[in-house]
Ligand binder design. Structure first.
Ligand code: AMP
Ligand code: ZN
Length: 435
């Protein structure tokens, strides 16, 4: 049996897991209260003492932490150990505002890598695999997390980082990579490049991909699986909570198992902060119960999703989170309608278009405008203006059916939309620039 199939934990009966979580939570709350004055103040303001937290049932009594708190406390304000005990820093990939930094002790790195190793194992990875890590290496957690996980599994690790796509494919072929780890948008790009190089999935040995760090649709999954001839697994995580591997997919592909022995999830109403019952869509909140250096309690991720305890065919009892539909701050309100980029992606791929698109939102004469540029595949590319206009009309109609508002669709020539080697930028909202 694989080394990182943690059967005792991953298939633990629900009651035992709650007990384990409760023990760890109680100790963690004390640790944070004693060592993080910023959070102690929040608890004091709410009138909660560490002794009030006796089990997971008391979790709701604790105050939330948000990105704003992390910015305010930047850089050391939420550190719970002496800096000399820390061995690593990572940072979120956000491009606006002050970045958020997270600290890790060696213990924290170890448990994070364990989580990634579980994810690789769930995707079928063993010491016989060659694992190509094409997430970016650096401050971003993607490269480091999967790299560490691959080492733990004992796979032969190819630390490619992202970019230089033809070379990625050359190494993939020469060294017989069997597992590819990168963002889904980069996986789509690698698949496209493979075909452009006149190759097919038969020319490579890949069997699985572990893709995450950004939202992607089921339609995108099928498209990548086909272009690379693999099974594509989702992986979720965020720097504030450790990095990739907070949750990972098993072969059932119906949501990601959360590593509940380390992270307690809750779903809350983003408006009121009230905890919502299982099965309701809301904002995902995590509490780290095993981290030493940067143990966030009730951290609001802004990711919207649903939790489910439905029995999984893989045997794991770890709770599952559905694919997040995006962050609450990815949601655009266009002419009063809530729109997620993922809804648009679903329609595009369903209608046979490539996953290369750009959404532009603006406001003209007090009305919101929605322009979607979509690349045609070489086969769809036609010089006849009439055909293109007809295709644009029919795609706009399909998107209108999905969203309820009319977009302007622009079909553009193949290869004119910039490809992503990391997290894709799909939306430009110019309204924010006017404000
Ligand atoms: P960062 O810490 O900068 O890597 O960003 C973490 C964020 O990326 C999460 O809060 C999610 O919004 C997003 N994310 C990570 N993994 C996934 C995934 N598998 N599906 C959808 N969104 C994801
Ligand atoms: Zn499962």
């Amino acid at each position: 049996m694989a080394k990182y199939w943690h059967e005792d934990i991953e298939t633990m009966p629900r009651e035992d897991m709650r007990k384990l979580q409760s023990e760890r939570l109680v100790a963690q709350v004390k640790h944070v209260y004693e060592h993080v004055p910023y959070y102690r103040d929040l608890m004091d303001k709410k009138g909660v003492k560490p002794d009030d937290i006796q089990s997971v049932d008391d979790l709701h009594k604790l105050p939330f932490l948000s990105k704003a708190d992390l910015r305010e406390a930047y850089p050391y304000g939420l550190l719970a150990t002496p800096l000399s005990d820390c061995v690593r820093i990572h940072s979120t990939s956000g491009t606006t505002g002050k970045r958020v930094v997270a600290f890790y002790t060696q213990h924290d790195i170890d448990l994070w890598e364990d989580c990634c190793a579980r994810a690789i194992t769930a995707a079928g990875g063993t010491e016989d695999d060659v694992c190509q890590v094409a997430y970016g290496y650096g401050l971003f957690t993607g490269g480091a997390g999967l790299h560490g996980g691959s080492h733990k599994v004992g796979s032969l690790t190819l630390p490619m980082s992202s970019g230089n796509t033809e070379r990625q494919i050359q190494f993939m072929r020469d060294l017989g990579a069997t597992i590819l780890c990168c963002t889904p948008s980069y996986a789509a790009y690698i698949g496209e490049t493979l075909h452009d190089m006149g190759l097919t999935p038969d020319d490579i040995k890949l069997k699985a991909g572990i893709f995450g760090a950004e939202p992607w649709t089921e339609e995108m999954r099928r498209s990548i699986e086909k272009s690379l001839g693999i099974k594509a697994y989702d992986i979720f995580g965020l720097t504030e909570i450790s990095g990739p591997g907070v949750a990972f997919e098993c072969a059932e592909q119906t949501g990601m198992h959360i590593n509940e022995d380390h992270f307690i999830p809750e779903i809350i109403d983003p408006e009121t902060g009230e905890v919502l019952p299982e099965g309701t869509v809301g904002e995902l909140v995590f509490t780290s119960i095993t981290k030493e250096a940067f143990p966030l309690l009730r951290y609001r991720t802004r990711d919207l999703c649903v939790l489910s305890r439905k029995k999984c065919s893989c045997g794991r009892t770890l709770i599952k989170m559905a694919k997040p539909m995006g962050r609450s701050d990815d949601m655009m309100i266009i002419r009063g309608v809530n729109v997620f980029p993922s809804q648009i992606e679903t329609v595009l791929i369903e209608q046979g278009y490539s996953p290369n698109y750009l959404i532009e939102v603006d406001r003209k004469n007090n009305t919101d405008t929605l322009d979607i540029s979509v690349e045609m595949t070489p086969e769809q590319f036609s010089d006849k203006m009439k055909d293109v206009q007809e295709k644009e009309r029919s795609l706009a109609a399909a998107i209108k059916t999905m969203l309820g508002i009319n977009p302007k669709v622009h079909l553009v020539s193949p290869k004119t939309i910039t490809r992503s080697e990391g997290k894709a930028v799909r939306v430009i909202d110019r309204r924010k620039l006017h404000d």
